[in-house]
Design a protein around this ligand. Structure first.
Ligand SMILES: NC(=O)c1ccc[n+]([C@@H]2O[C@H](COP(=O)([O-])OP(=O)(O)OC[C@H]3O[C@@H](n4cnc5c(N)ncnc54)[C@H](OP(=O)(O)O)[C@@H]3O)[C@@H](O)[C@H]2O)c1
Length: 254
């Protein structure tokens, strides 16, 4: 058995620890988006594979038997490539995912299907907006330059975000309800825009928004091709053990 973990999430790091503790042969892969990624207890490679073809080649040359897609729910391209490459090479694939957040009774969510729809939903008078979507899609919000955006990013960006009114905070978490309440109060936040990432680590901003009764624009997850999913490292370990000893007929052999 040889496992490849596509990482970049808390859950991927937890799985890496579990495999290392059990001495299960495995590699860890980062996209290379963050300046100083968290060190992993597994041999680690950094950077894209070169599309689905490049990943398929990597699976073959590294003799990967089990591919675990533990990327963020919004890493759509990587997840699509994982499905395509695993199918092409007959590599067993599982996605380590977390259930999406659901609104609670007092929440003021507006659900939208995409970044573009979130931008459209910001039509209206100028507001102070906490834009917690990472750095990749900030430029889309330049179409609504009337708002003041508070941006929380993992690293200081090399170039200033193309938003005429913004404030940058650099923090990679873990975040707390109290910390996010303080951030929202300090910056006079009137609305939160975020992605439905799910999980505990990033939920603090929702708890803070709930406490302040702030409206939230919640960007729904991209739709992905059907694939086997597990919701925790233990479930992935069960699958690895099961898949190395039997085949239930729904996956290709390893
Ligand atoms: N999107 C988010 O909101 C978000 C939030 C937190 C963390 N992350 C993490 O940040 C990374 C990049 O996310 P993204 O949204 O930019 O992904 P993406 O749009 O789905 O992927 C773009 C390209 O980046 C490369 N890539 C992505 N993840 C990789 C990995 N784990 N190992 C090697 N190459 C990878 C692949 O390049 P090639 O085509 O060349 O192989 C992929 O085609 C992922 O590890 C993800 O888990 C993303």
């Amino acid at each position: 058995m040889k496992v490849l973990i596509l990482g970049g999430t808390t859950e991927a790091s937890a799985l890496a620890r579990a495999l290392a503790e059990r001495e299960i042969p495995a590699l860890f892969s980062y996209a290379g988006r963050v300046a100083s990624p968290k060190p992993q207890p597994l041999p680690t490679r950094v950077g894209g594979f070169g599309g689905a073809d490049g990943l398929a080649d990597f699976l073959a040359t590294q003799r990967i038997t089990h591919l675990v897609d533990a990327t963020h729910p919004f890493a759509e391209q990587m997840s699509r490539h994982a499905v395509a490459a695993a199918e092409r090479k007959g590599t067993a694939l599982i996605a380590l995912t977390r259930p999406p957040w659901e609104p609670q009774e007092s929440d003021r969510w507006q659900r939208v299907a995409s970044i573009e729809a979130a931008v459209a939903a910001l039509a209206g008078p100028p507001e102070r907006v906490l834009l917690a979507i990472g750095r990749l899609h900030l430029a889309a919000f330049a179409a609504r330059p009337e708002h003041h955006y508070v941006l929380r990013l993992v690293d200081l960006p090399e170039e200033a975000p193309p938003l005429p009114r913004h404030t940058l905070t650099v923090d990679r978490g873990p975040f707390t309800r109290e910390g996010d309440l303080a951030l929202m109060r300090e910056h006079g936040i009137e609305r939160l825009v975020c992605k439905n990432a799910g999980g505990a680590g990033a939920a603090a901003k929702l708890e803070a928004a709930r406490a302040l009764q702030l409206p939230v624009i919640m960007i729904d997850r991209p739709a992905l091709p059907p694939r086997r999913e597990a919701h925790g490292p233990d479930a992935v370990l069960d699958w690895l053990v099961h898949r190395s000893t039997s085949d239930d007929g729904t996956d290709r052999g390893v």
